[in-house]
Design a protein around this ligand. Structure first.
Ligand SMILES: CC(C)(COP(=O)(O)OP(=O)(O)OC[C@H]1O[C@@H](n2cnc3c(N)ncnc32)[C@H](O)[C@@H]1OP(=O)(O)O)[C@@H](O)C(=O)NCCC(=O)NCCS
Length: 191
């Protein structure tokens, strides 16, 4: 399969202003969201163990309405780079790129999650690699970074397996669930 198949999406009732994306690996497909992903996003995303490692804008509890609102926002934004992580035809997680602005427009922050029943199968690692390659080859970016909590061993390991390097520690850089936290800065660059 080519890394990104570009064709108009016609599968949803939500007006979709973007070009569909489908990136394949042996363990998962990273693809554009569909309106009918809302139920499986809620099924897999409604998990405190996921929420506690993400920004507060990731809802908890995570309902089907939350899923549909998110998908609608993504499908209506032609610049959105937020995709489903699909295993066996089901959206079991999500991965997104947030491109910087002004002088930082050459890079993007990556965020991702995978449903707990799929942890430890190399799915996040594969999705990170696919979307990093997409960022470099399709979006022309030269840097992708992520800032996992220093306690997030699974995410750190997935980033390192995907070729990201630790650039530093961001001390007392976030508050989650009432506790001030430290985050590592991980990045991969295209020379
Ligand atoms: C982090 C997350 C995306 C990883 O997804 P995944 O599909 O399980 O990741 P992978 O299987 O590709 O890689 C995880 C690696 O971490 C390892 N790992 C996970 N938890 C671990 C722990 N507590 N101690 C040591 N290693 C651990 C796994 O064994 C695996 O390494 P291996 O392949 O060498 O065995 C998933 O746990 C998740 O969604 N967590 C909640 C949300 C989140 O943290 N998102 C990232 C925010 S920066």
């Amino acid at each position: 399969m080519p890394p990104a198949a570009a064709h108009p999406t016609r599968r949803t009732a939500i007006p979709d202003l973007r070009v569909a994306v489908e990136l394949r690996s042996p363990v998962c497909v990273v693809r554009s969201y569909r309106a009918d992903d809302a139920a499986s996003l809620a099924k897999h995303g409604n998990n405190r163990r996921i929420w506690e490692n993400l920004r507060d804008r990731f809802p908890h509890p995570f309902t089907e309405t939350n899923g549909l609102e998110y998908i609608t926002r993504v499908l209506q934004d032609p610049d959105a780079t937020s995709f489903a992580i699909d295993v066996g035809g089901e959206a079991v997680g999500g991965i997104s790129l947030h491109t910087g602005s002004d002088i930082e427009r050459i890079g993007a922050e990556m965020g991702y999650w995978v449903g707990e029943e799929f942890w430890g199968r190399g799915i996040a690692t594969a999705a990170i690699k696919l979307v990093t390659d997409f960022a470099f080859t399709n979006r022309g970016l030269v840097r992708v970074f992520a800032i996992p909590f220093t306690t997030n061993v699974g995410s750190i390991r997935a980033l390192e397996k995907a070729g990201f390097a630790r650039e530093g520690i961001m001390r007392r850089s976030a508050i989650k669930d009432g506790t001030v936290r430290e985050q590592y800065l991980y990045a991969i660059v295209r020379e």
